[in-house]
Design a protein around this ligand. Sequence first.
Ligand code: BGC
Length: 768
Amino acid sequence: MKTVGRYGALAALVLATPLAAAEIQAPVVTGAAGAAGMATPRKPEIYKDGWIDLDKNGVKDIYEDSTQSVEKRVEDLLGRMNRAERIGQLWQLLIPGDPAKDNGLPGQGAIGSYLGYTSKLEVRNALQRAAVEDSRLGVPLIFGFDVIHGMATVCPIPVAQSCSWDPELVARTSAMAAAEASGMGIDWTFAPMVDIARDPRWGRIAEGFGEDPWLDGQFAAAAVRGFQGADPRAPEHMAACLKHYVGYGAAEGGRDYNTTEISPFTLRNIYLPPFHAGVDAGALTLMSAFNCLNGIPASGNHFICTQVLRDEWKFSGFIVSDWNAVAELIRHGYAADDADAAAKALTAGVDMEMVSGTYHDHLAALLDSGRVKPEVLDEAVRRVLRVKFERGLFDRPYTVAPAADPAAQAVRTALAREAAAHSCVLLKNEHGILPLRTDGGRIALLGPLAANGDEMLGSWSAIGRAADVVPLNDGLAAALHGANLVVAEGCKLTGQDTGGFAAALAAARQADVVIMALGEPRGWSGENSSRSELGLTGVQQQLFDQVAALGKPVIVVLFAGRPLAIPALQEKAAAIVMAWQPGVQAGPGLADVLTGATEPTGRLTTSFPHSVGAVPAYYNYLPTGRPRDQYKDGTRAPLYPFGYGLTYTQFAYSAAPVATADVAPTGTLHATATITNTGPRRGSTVAQFYIHALASTAGCRPVRELKGFQRVTLDPGQSKEVTFTLPAKDLGCFTSEGQWVVEPGRYEVFIAADSASGSPSALRLTEK
Ligand code: BGC
């Protein structure tokens, strides 16, 4: 799995060994004489919970004084740093498993950050101690790690969580991840990933929040709030990192790391807004992407890293490059050699270099030659220091492992279960086969994912352990007290072995209902895991076909890190639940939904294509002059559109909303629809509010653009009016140059259960 492979032996699946409280609380004696230009350095006093009183020379300098403003502390410290120390702040390396192998870098102030995870907290604290206590100025390191959807308590993958249409849920799971990870020495997570992804072949669609820029922005802000909290200095929080800036999800052919060509209009209106939302929410850092964007690699791209991010959005944190991305400017054919790459990346606005060492090796000479201006270096250092101050690292550089708390773990488990249940999407439910009866009957649970814990963790599962996962079979067995549940694997996820078919078919023949747990391996999504086909892997489709031919009702529970193309399942299954990769509480969360203890509330945030050839199938496409763009042998329409998802009841929406006819540019439009629960149970629907601009000179606008949603819960027979209000200015869009324009003219509004249903009402935005 990626994380283990990447971090090798360091990613031991053991919880952090706490640093002994006595060790960290004992005041440390005054240290040896220090470097030139300083009075005798003192070791800082260390207090409970890792707080220190930094004072290197017996005089409380401004940067050491936590009562001073961040900006004053930054400037004071920067003024004291020599060139080597400044350059050192801009380098991030993989954390060494043994502090003795740090090459002396932290003690010399020659490194600013480590990435990766060590299960030995004392390793992390020893490296930090070298930076804080041995280096001349005591600038702390910042430790980063990919905590994407949980640290130990792994929640559903991000695309799954986005299907909750509940940003607060993402804020809560992110806060939980931060609480766990920060207690294990992580100051900074490389998340959230807010790349818009329109192509399910791209494996990293798993890591983002779907295809809509506005909704993605809501989740981006929520994740930042969750990770960083109201005060990122608090021990239980960590700095967030919006990635991968920008356009990475538009990789040609869905092939990871590939070239992207995005028009300025689309860049401004589709790919940049989620990053902007995350910046506005206070994200402390961004990660520059691997891809080449319109001819210039993102990690050497001044336009996006400086002009847009700093000049337009006023972002004051720092950019870290993606892994080795600065050195890869050479492979892109953008830089001639390492020195050229360093100059281009830093000048573009990439402040910290991850893993490759071009800044470390070449910046001094580049400054000497005048190719890189000292102000450019200083600005990058300033940004890194600012984040370290804002994260509170100067005041609390050491991590003290929190005491084990079974009550807190129970709360975390409950949240993971809630997230698993609220992330899954009911795609089909013929004759109300779901919810399952819990009071008896014979159920055959078949398929390679029926009793599999490890596969539930998804990509980037940090230190999540398969042993902590409750798989589907266990979740169902606990929920279906009276049922006779027979489990048969049938086949593996990959390979051509059909040897298990006979046992699975035999179990199906004996059953009243068959549940099939099918999908793709978790290693087939995530980084560097693109696919050219979007069906079930291995011989699962054959197994399904043979089981379906028995004539028993088949409920498919589908596990994947991406939308799959599953027309044959849609045709033959009685019900389909898209479960994604639900995390450690997969079984209980799914059992809650399958039994109806929790209603299915999820709605898709990525369109599901009919076939791989119909990719991309995103909902917010541009209209064409000749809308006959069907295939001879298929349809462009998605099998399941963005926003789609069923419940255990039914809802009727009034045909078209009643909307304000004329709206002034300073006014607000209102649109109202009536929604009725026409089914047999209490349930909820996600009312979605879309607009369509009919004549836009800034650039053609999509057939629909999501502008809001409301969850509406109704009893059977109950109706409710829902009203959306939108300031007229929000009807606008960005020009290719980045100006927000609101053009008078005709617009349409929809209130619908998904992006493909509902009828529009017309309105006019007046000149004045
Ligand atoms: C990925 C990033 C990740 C980084 C550090 C890269 O390969 O693209 O998303 O944060 O590695 O692990």
